[in-house]
Every structure is written in structure tokens, then in C-alpha cells.
Design a binder for this molecule. Structure first.
Ligand code: PEP
Ligand code: MN
Length: 340
């Protein structure tokens, strides 16, 4: 962190500021130039609140030179994190596919979808039991019954399950869930993030509707700073001015996050586009960009789905998409191996 001081700052004020900075366990280096004075902070500045520094009367400007996140930072953890769950791995070079309905609706709907996605080569089953709906009058999910059905589907298919938690008070219901999803709307529910940080369970953290990548990484940091390092980041589209798609897929998030963090990266082309016919092309782009996983909504009867039917693939569409997804994965994998 570099702090530029106002010209009129007295020596006494500068000394007081330095004393205050030292309480954060960092060293300071005061440089007096011809026209201005700056203080450089040396050491781990993650606990120094940049806004508190900015608020000091003698501070002209302040700039971070190091990222404010530590646990999620590739700088301190150069190797990719690989998360093992239910005998499968997320991260570290292979592509995982998480597929299933937006919402768990009935036993028949879930079982048929689960069997179909497994046959098509999915690695994980997704399904929402607690649904974050824009309207309070829309279907809110089956709750505990939905989780019980997911556990049944896992037994039937062997696919580990991914499902969303909305409220901390439901945490006990997730005891047997393989991957707990935090939805876009809860990305900055810091109480929930901290509680999940104290669990020994992989967390799939979705990027907020209008969140920056740094905010996403800071939310991952909330989970990791409590001890849980099994965090999977998910880009699911962000709000832009384009109304043709539900959201705008920020594909550059994949290579950018790859540089900034060692955590696995998932792309959700379903919520990113909201349009069934765009799901496959966006999946292929995501694989080419180097995503570690895809999360895709599949429904046995999208036209009659209780939520997100317009973006859900039929089992047949999913099976066809999977062929091209795997072919794209192998193409890039083989290319890389040939190079290496
Ligand atoms: C979901 O995956 O079911 C979901 C609600 O997604 P998001 O939080 O990205 O809107
Ligand atoms: Mn959905």
C-alpha cells in the first residue's frame, strides 16, 4: 500500500499516522521527495482498511499494490486447488459437468433427469431445494423434501449432489450434501459465508449479479479465512444493459480468475444466457477458455418446468451438447499435451 501525504501535514501528524499504521503489524517507509511525501507499507496489508487510511486528515491519496485477499490469492498458493468430492475431482485439468434441473419438483422428474444426465456423462447432479425467486408468489422449492429426493437420486445414480443453501438456519439439512451452493443473491451474505467457512464441505460460490471479480474473491476469502479452503468460483453472467439475454456471460472471468486465484472455476451458461439455444455454444466457449467445470440446467420437460424452463435443455439436447463439450475438452487437452 502506498499513501501520499498532503503538503501541509506536520511532522507530528505524520508520526502519529505511522504509529497508527504500525498497529496493523506492518513496517512503514517514509519517502520525502522534492514535491511530496509518501509512506510505503511493507508486509501483509490485508487487515489495513483502505477507507480508514483515506479518512485520515493528512492523507491525499492511497493505493493498494497488493490484492486484499490472501487465502484465495495465487501469489501465495501457486498450485491449482483440486477439490475431491464423492470420488470425483473439480479442478486440476479435467472438466467436470454438473447437470440437473433448476428446481427439484417431484421424485419422478428428479429421478428421470438424474438418470438421463448420468447416461450423458455428467459428473454431478444439481437441483434446487431452496429457490431464490424474484417473486414471493413463485415456487420457492420443496425444502427438506427436495434435499431428501436429491439424496435418493444420488443413491440411485452415484452422482454427488450440488444444491443451494439460502439461509443459515437450514445448515443442518445440508449435512449429507456433497457441494453446497451459495447463489448469486447471497454472494455477500457474510454471516452465511463465515458459517460455511467453519464447515468441511466444498462450497460453490456464485458471482453476484453486479459483483466485480475482486468482490467475488473477497467473498471466497470470507469462507477461506474461517478455515474452509474448498471453494469453487462460479461465473453465471452479470447484469448489463443488454436485454436479449438474461445476463451477460463474462467469459474473460475464466482466464482472469485463473491468473488471480488457484481456486477452481465453473461456468453456468444456463443462468448466464437464460436461453436454451445459447447454452451449448457458451459451454464450448467456456471449455475453450479453460473452465474447470460447467453447471447446466436440464429438465425432462422444459416447457412445463416449475422454474427456468426457457434455459433448460432436454435430456436429448444435453446428451448432444455433452458430445461436443467432451470433444472440445479433448481437443484442448490433446493440443496442450502435444505442446508440452
Ligand atoms: C441456481 O443455480 O439455481 C440459481 C438460482 O442460480 P443464481 O444464483 O446464479 O441465480
Ligand atoms: Mn435456475
Amino acid at each position: 500500500m502506498v499513501i501520499v501525504l498532503k503538503d501541509q501535514a506536520t511532522e507530528q501528524q505524520v508520526a502519529e499516522l505511522m504509529d497508527w499504521l504500525h498497529t496493523f503489524d506492518v513496517k512503514t517507509n517514509l519517502v520525502t521527495g522534492v514535491h511530496s511525501r509518501i509512506i510505503g507499507l511493507i508486509g501483509d496489508t490485508t487487515s489495513v482498511d483502505i477507507d480508514a487510511v483515506r479518512a485520515k486528515a493528512i492523507v491525499e491519496t492511497v493505493k493498494r499494490v497488493q490484492e486484499p485477499y490472501k487465502n484465495a490469492n495465487r501469489r501465495f498458493h501457486p498450485d491449482d486447488t483440486v477439490i475431491e468430492v464423492g470420488g470425483r475431482k473439480i479442478g486440476g485439468g479435467s472438466l467436470s459437468v454438473i447437470a440437473g434441473p433448476c428446481s427439484v419438483e417431484t421424485e419422478d422428474q428428479l429421478m428421470r433427469t438424474a438418470i438421463a444426465v448420468k447416461e450423458a456423462g455428467a459428473d454431478f447432479l444439481r437441483g434446487g431445494a431452496f429457490k431464490p425467486r424474484t417473486s414471493p408468489y413463485a415456487f420457492q422449492g420443496l425444502g427438506k423434501e427436495g434435499i431428501d429426493l436429491l439424496l435418493k437420486a444420488r443413491k440411485e445414480t452415484g452422482l454427488p449432489i450440488v444444491t443451494e443453501i439460502m439461509d443459515l438456519s437450514d445448515l443442518d439439512l445440508f449435512a449429507d450434501v456433497d457441494v453446497v451452493q451459495v447463489g448469486a443473491r447471497n454472494m455477500q451474505n457474510f454471516t452465511l459465508l463465515k458459517a460455511l467457512g467453519r464447515c468441511d464441505k466444498p462450497v460453490l460460490l456464485k458471482r453476484g449479479l453486479s459483483a466485480t471479480l475482486q468482490e467475488l474473491l473477497m467473498s471466497a476469502e470470507y469462507i477461506m479465512s474461517e478455515g474452509n479452503s474448498k471453494v469453487i468460483l462460479c461465473e453465471r453472467g452479470i447484469r448489463t444493459y443488454e436485454p436479449e439475454t438474461r445476463n451477460t456471460l463474462d467469459i474473460s472471468a475464466v482466464p482472469l480468475l485463473r491468473q488471480k486465484t488457484h481456486l477452481p472455476i465453473v461456468i453456468d451458461p444456463s443462468h448466464a444466457t437464460g436461453i436454451n439455444s445459447l447454452v451449448e455454444p457458451m459451454s464450448l466457449v467456456a471449455v475453450a477458455a479453460g473452465a474447470d467445470a460447467l453447471e447446466i440446467e436440464v429438465h425432462i420437460d422444459p416447457k412445463n418446468a416449475w422454474s427456468d424452463g426457457a434455459q433448460s435443455l432436454t435430456p436429448e439436447q444435453f446428451a448432444a451438447a455433452m458430445k461436443r463439450i467432451r470433444a472440445t475438452e479433448h481437443f484442448f487437452h490433446d493440443e496442450l499435451n502435444a505442446e508440452g
